[in-house]
Design a protein around this ligand. Structure first.
Ligand code: HAM
Length: 423
């Protein structure tokens, strides 16, 4: 047997409905905030991610699925959506349409990480980006949108961590102070952080190794280095969130793993998920559009990990999976009645009902067992004698009640039921 690739799980039929529901809610809420869907290819030129995400990041250094195509070009399966989306924004001059362009993208992303609970090599993101405005009200609206989405899905126990990492004016001085401190304590740092110290020192701040966390806790903090405009920007974002009663914790160690961020960064965490507890993350990236070849354009966005949202919902759910019964199962007793059953099933489907009909000439008992297993709300049973009398039996699969009905009335009776009983 050829098995699927490690870390790239299948989404089976019993689960796909949850994905559809999750995405339907997302599309509805994103639409209310004026976001339009964009779909970009799952692969791009490798250079886009190297330039966009940054050479010293874990994603670019260790996690990309990069390959040479038959034409000798280096391509990479997208590890995230922001760089692709901004590439499309620049390439198609979407700036001409509006001074603030709001886009979202839903789809699979690929990172060669070590698979573990909540961490996959193919995973799915709902990504939203607001491109064109430097104003702090956009930051607050983006965070509020993400908060709204989590609320609409019914997520509980989620906390919001917020930070600012300054901008090219004030971050260099902070970085310098941080590096000096980290060098002085390098004996306490893990091996990975030694490399980070050279390549991407601020990532030491969110290393999970306890000794590194101790160093990080004692290190200089960004707030002492922020320039006045960055400080003001952050204060406005926070006060607008307060106005919407969106609780948040300032976490000065939230630097995030991609190089493009400036000023506001944020993550929504679900502690119940264990080590991979970030259900969504994002931030402002005022330099990326220019980095990718567009005009200087400020932007901000986020991405939600769909697997982690579904895992969070599954943990808090008390309703048994797929508990509701819908639709009609047309059961037959005797091969002669099959053509009538076949036709009846087609009529039900055209009238909007989920319908199944047995095609394997199984025993009536086996058919009703199947109807129950597949959670059909009603069965219509057709037997040779009944059919000769122009009758069928209607069985309520939840209560078990049975009733003889003239064949000509079956469709009308079932399609007149309240919609939730059969849809
Ligand atoms: P990120 O923090 O790398 O940000 O990913 C966002 C979310 O995707 C994470 O919070 C997590 O829920 C999910 N995720 C990431 N990697 C995995 C994985 N291996 N398995 C399962 N879920 C995963 C970004 O990707 C940025 N592009 C977000 C952004 C948009 N910033 C600005 N705009």
């Amino acid at each position: 047997m050829i098995k699927g690739v490690k870390g790239a799980p299948d989404i089976l039929p019993e689960d796909s409905g949850k994905w559809r529901d999750l995405e339907a809610v997302a599309r509805d809420v994103l639409g209310r905030y004026g976001y339009a869907e964009i779909r970009t290819p799952v692969f791009e030129r490798t250079e886009l991610f190297i330039r966009g995400i940054g050479e010293g990041t874990d994603i670019v250094e260790k996690e990309m699925y990069t390959f040479e195509d038959r034409g000798g070009e280096s391509l990479t399966l997208r590890p995230e959506a922001t760089a692709s989306l901004i590439r499309a924004y620049v390439e198609h001059n979407l700036a001409a349409k509006s001074s603030l362009v709001k886009l979202y993208l839903i789809g699979p992303m690929f990172r060669h990480e070590r698979p573990q609970s909540g961490r996959f090599r193919q995973f799915h993101q709902i990504d939203a980006e607001a491109v064109g405005s430097p104003g702090p009200s956009v930051d607050a609206e983006v965070v509020a949108l993400l908060h709204h989405l989590l609320e609409a899905w019914g997520l509980q126990t989620i906390s919001l961590h917020l930070n600012t990492i300054g901008d090219p004016v004030c971050r260099p001085a902070y970085r310098e102070a941080f590096v000096a401190f980290a060098r002085a304590h390098s004996a306490d740092l893990c091996l990975d952080c030694h490399v980070r110290l050279e390549k991407n020192p601020l990532r030491i701040l969110d290393c999970k190794v306890p000794a590194c966390q101790q160093v990080a806790a004692a290190a200089p903090t960004i707030s002492a280095y922020l320039c006045a405009p960055c400080r003001e920007h952050f204060a406005t974002v926070r006060s607008l969130l307060d106005r919407l009663k969106i609780e948040h914790t300032v976490n000065e160690r939230l630097v995030r793993g991609l190089d493009y961020y400036t000023r506001t960064t944020f993550e929504f965490l679900n502690p119940a998920l264990g080590s991979q507890n970030a259900v969504a993350g994002g931030g402002r990236y005022d330099g990326l559009v220019e980095e990718i070849g567009g005009p200087p354009t400020p932007a901000i966005g986020f991405a939600i990990g769909e697997e982690r949202i579904l895992a969070s919902l599954a943990m808090q759910s008390s309703v048994p999976e797929g508990a509701h019964y819908t639709g009609v199962y047309v059961a037959t007793a005797g091969a002669e009645v099959f053509p009538t059953a076949f036709e009846l099933a087609q009529t039900f489907r055209k009238r909007g009902l989920r319908t199944a009909v047995d095609m394997e000439a199984r025993s009536l008992k086996a058919q009703l067992r199947q109807a129950n297993k597949d959670r059909y709300r009603y069965s219509v049973i057709l037997g040779t004698d009944e059919l000769a009398r122009g009758e069928a039996t209607l069985k309520d699969m939840v209560s078990g009640e049975q009733l003889g009905v003239p064949l000509g009335e079956v469709v009308d009776r079932l399609t007149r039921l309240p919609i939730r009983e059969y849809a």
